[in-house]
Every structure is written in C-alpha cells, then in structure tokens.
Design a protein around this ligand. Structure first.
Ligand code: URA
Length: 201
C-alpha cells in the first residue's frame, strides 16, 4: 500500500469518539521516503485547523531542534500516535490509542525508516508496548524490530517545563551524532531480529 492510500482510507475515519470533535484527520507530513521519523502524541488546535502535525508552538520548537541536528522538516516524516484532536487537548484515552495505533504502525511499515524518534511518554510507550517513563529512556537508542527507537522529551513538555529544554537540546545533538554514525554504517538488518533492551527498564 502507498502512504497516500492509507491517508485516503482514514480521511473519513469514524472508528472512535474523536471523529465528532475534529476538523480533519491529521495524518502526517514530510518526506514519505525519509529514513528518520518523528512521532508525537496527538494534534492540538493549530494542527487540527491546518491538517499538519506540529505547526503550533511545540512545532516551532521541533523545527528549531531539527535544524540544530542538521535536519529540515522536508528531510524527515512527522506523525502522531493519534490522528484526531482530543477535546481541550486532553490526553488520549487507552481505547483511542488502541484504535489508532495500527495506522501508525502501518505508516511506519510503509515509510520504513531506520530511526523513529518518539516524542514524549505516549509515543514512547505506544511504540515500546511498555509503560516506561521518558525521563528514564530519553536520549538512548533502543533497537526494536525493524528500526531503532530514539525517545526524546516532547517539545511541548520542554515549553511548559523550561528545565527540560537543555536536556532536549543535548538529546538532539546525540541524535545528530547517531545520524552521522548511521550515515557511514550500512543499515543493520539484524536489528529486526533483536529484542528491545528490556533490561534498561
Ligand atoms: N503535539 C503533538 O504531540 N503533536 C502535534 O502534532 C502537536 C503537538
């Protein structure tokens, strides 16, 4: 399946309660052939209005952080776990995550990135399938079947809690280093058969 087919199949999605409050489904943006993907939580007000992930204040910070790692928004692919805006930007409910997760996994399978950066607890826990705190795992690559997961604090969290911002900036420099290393090493397909480093948790 192409990414555009998956997007088209979701435009009128009615699978969960979020359908009634959204302006539009916010599917994803960027390069569909990117080797690096960023996954956030759910669209906010501006994302819901414009149909593009990370275009509000957190998005502006993400763009700046990407640039600090030598990346432009058009080099990467950006999506969310949840494709529709939760009312009043509340946290996604477990059944909403379960309903939307297969479409994120399909998106990842189609794009086939080498590296997936999860932004914040929701994306990290959804992709790991494990309730682990972002404070414990941020800034370290974790091999998952098919890709390397690189958890990062959510830019919105760093905007609310300024003390997280220096750590987030440092983690983007670690990401830059990792990308440099990956550029000179062929893709390790054996990662697909390695279990995640669960001993870290
Ligand atoms: N926060 C997210 O997690 N995703 C967005 O698209 C915007 C803000």
């Amino acid at each position: 399946m192409f990414l555009t087919d998956l997007h088209d199949s979701l435009r009128d999605c009615q699978r969960c309660r979020l359908a009634s409050g959204r302006t539009q489904v916010v599917f994803g943006t960027g390069n569909p052939e990117a080797s690096i993907m960023f996954v956030g939580e759910a669209p906010g007000f501006h994302e819901d209005q414009q149909g593009i992930p990370f275009v509000g204040a957190a998005g502006n910070l993400l763009t700046e952080l990407l640039e600090s790692a030598g990346l432009g928004r058009d080099h990467v692919y950006i999506a969310n776990v949840i494709k529709c805006r939760p009312p009043e930007n509340r946290n996604p409910m477990p059944d909403e995550v379960e309903t939307c997760k297969p479409f994120l996994l399909e998106q990842i399978q189609i794009i086939n990135p080498q590296l997936v950066c999860s932004l914040g607890n929701f994306a990290t826990q959804t992709l790991l399938g494990k309730k682990v705190g972002i404070s414990k795992v941020h800034g370290q690559p974790l091999p998952l079947p098919g890709f390397l997961l690189f958890p990062l604090f959510h830019p919105a969290a760093a905007l609310h809690q300024g003390t997280l911002l220096p750590t987030l900036r440092e983690d983007f420099q670690k990401l830059k280093q990792l990308l440099d290393e990956m550029a000179t090493t062929p893709r390790d397909t054996s990662i697909a058969t390695q279990p995640a480093q669960m001993d870290l948790f």
